[in-house]
Design a protein around this ligand. Structure first.
Ligand SMILES: *[C@@H]1O[C@H](CO)[C@@H](O)[C@H](O)[C@H]1NC(C)=O
Ligand SMILES: *[C@@H]1O[C@H](CO)[C@@H](O)[C@H](O)[C@H]1NC(C)=O
Ligand SMILES: *[C@@H]1O[C@H](CO)[C@@H](O)[C@H](O)[C@H]1NC(C)=O
Ligand SMILES: *[C@@H]1O[C@H](CO)[C@@H](O)[C@H](O)[C@H]1NC(C)=O
Length: 334
C-alpha cells in the first residue's frame, strides 16, 4: 500500500487534472464559437471568405474582390425594361466631351426602333478630389441618368476593378438583360450591325456567349517598359488563356455571375481583358470566334462602305467620331 500522504497527493492531482480538462474544453468551445462567429461575419460582409490568394500590395496588385461603395448609382435603370443590350463604357471623371459625343452617336439608346438599349458610363474616384469635377459629375448624372460611380481610385491598373464592378452592377441591377458589351470610349461602334448579328445568333451559340477580338496563345510580356508588362510573380504562366481585347467584347448577361464567381478564386491581375479571360477559362466558357472583319483593335480608315461590315474600330477622338458618325448615318442606307 502506498503511504497515506501519497494517496492524498494523487487524489489532488487527479482533481487538478479534471479541472484542467474542463478548462481546456471551455477554451476549445469558446474558440469554436469565436471561429463560427468570425466565419459568419466574413460571409455576411462579403469580405470574400473563400479567397485562395493573398495580397502582397505591390504596384501591380489590385484590391478585388472588395465592397466598393456607390457614389452615384442608377438602381432602377433596367426596371421593367428587359433590355436587349447594355453598353458598359468605362470613362474617366473628366471625359465629359467624350460622353456627350457617345450619347449622340453609338450610345444613343433610341437609335434602333423596338430594340431596348441601355448605356452606362462607369467611373471611379478622381485621384485628386477636385470639387467642381465631382459636382459636375453629379449634375451630368441628374440630366442623363447614365453614370455609375464607385469609390475606387481611377488609374490604369485599376481598370480591372472598373470592369469587375460593372459586371457586379449588371448582376445586381440588370440580370434580365440579354446581352452586354464592354466598350471603350475611343471606339467606333456599329451598333446596328452588332444588334443584327446578336439577333441572328443560333441557339447553341447563344448559350455562354462571349465574343470580341480574340487573342489566342498570347504570351505575357516580361519587358518592364511595355504598357502590358506582366511581372512573373503576378502571372507566372507562359501563356494566357484565350481572351478578347478590352477595346470591345460582347457577352450574354447570364454568364456574368459565372465570371464573378470565378473572380473569388482567380487572383486579379491589372490587365482587365486578360483577367476576364482567366475567369472565363476557370468557368469553362469558350470564346466564340467572330468573322475576321467584325472587331478591330486597330484603326480602320473610315469609309462608309467598309464600316457597314464591321462592328468596332479603334482610336477615335470625340470630334472625329462625331464627324464619321454623321457621315455614316447619311450613307448607311445606300
Ligand atoms: C437618337 O436617335 C434617334 C433616332 O434616330 C433620334 O431621333 C435622336 O435625336 C437621337 N438622339 C440623340 C441624343 O442624338
Ligand atoms: C486602386 O484603388 C484602390 C482603392 O481605391 C486604391 O487603394 C489604390 O491605390 C488604387 N490604385 C492605384 C494604382 O491608383
Ligand atoms: C443566356 O442568354 C441568352 C441570350 O439572352 C439566351 O439565348 C440563353 O437562352 C440564355 N441561357 C440560359 C441558360 O438561360
Ligand atoms: C471548349 O473548347 C474545348 C476545346 O476546343 C472543348 O474541348 C470543350 O468541349 C469546349 N467547352 C464547351 C463548354 O463548349
Amino acid at each position: 500500500f502506498p503511504p497515506p500522504q501519497l494517496v492524498v497527493t494523487v487524489a489532488r492531482r487527479s482533481v487538478m487534472q479534471k479541472k484542467t480538462q474542463i478548462l481546456t474544453l471551455q477554451v476549445f468551445m469558446l474558440l469554436c464559437c469565436l471561429s463560427i462567429f468570425t466565419y459568419l461575419f466574413i460571409l455576411q460582409h462579403r469580405i470574400k471568405a473563400n479567397i485562395t490568394w493573398k495580397h502582397p500590395l505591390g504596384p501591380h496588385d489590385i484590391v478585388y474582390p472588395y465592397d466598393y461603395n456607390y457614389v452615384i448609382n442608377e438602381p432602377d435603370k433596367c426596371k421593367n425594361k428587359n433590355p436587349f443590350l447594355v453598353l458598359l463604357i468605362p470613362t474617366g471623371p473628366a471625359e465629359i466631351h467624350a460622353r456627350n459625343v457617345i450619347r449622340e452617336t453609338w450610345g444613343n439608346e433610341t437609335l434602333i426602333p423596338r430594340v431596348t438599349i441601355i448605356r452606362l458610363f462607369f467611373i471611379g474616384l478622381p485621384v485628386k478630389i477636385v470639387e467642381p469635377l465631382q459636382q459636375h459629375l453629379e449634375e451630368e448624372s441628374s440630366v442623363h441618368h447614365d453614370i455609375i460611380q464607385r469609390d475606387f481610385l481611377e488609374s490604369y491598373s485599376n481598370l480591372t476593378i472598373k470592369t469587375m464592378t460593372s459586371l457586379e452592377w449588371l448582376a445586381d441591377f440588370c440580370p434580365e438583360a440579354d446581352y452586354a458589351m464592354k466598350v471603350d470610349a475611343d471606339m467606333f461602334l456599329n451598333i446596328e450591325k452588332l444588334v443584327k448579328s446578336l439577333l441572328n445568333l443560333d441557339i447553341p451559340t447563344r448559350q455562354n456567349y462571349f465574343t470580341g477580338a480574340p487573342f489566342i496563345n498570347h504570351h505575357p510580356i516580361r519587358d518592364k517598359n511595355s504598357k502590358w508588362y506582366m511581372p512573373k510573380n503576378v502571372f507566372p504562366g507562359k501563356e494566357y488563356p484565350p481572351f478578347c481585347s478590352g477595346t470591345g467584347y460582347v457577352f450574354s448577361v447570364n454568364i456574368t455571375w459565372k465570371i464573378l464567381e470565378a473572380s473569388y478564386v482567380v487572383k486579379p491581375i491589372y490587365l482587365e481583358d486578360v483577367y476576364i479571360g482567366l475567369c472565363l477559362n476557370f468557368a469553362q466558357i469558350n470564346i466564340t470566334i467572330p468573322p475576321d472583319s467584325f472587331f478591330n483593335i486597330y484603326h480602320i480608315d473610315y469609309e462608309a462602305c467598309r464600316y457597314r461590315n464591321l462592328i468596332t474600330s479603334h482610336y477615335f477622338t470625340p470630334d472625329y467620331l462625331l464627324r464619321s458618325w454623321e457621315n455614316f448615318q447619311e450613307k448607311k442606307a445606300y
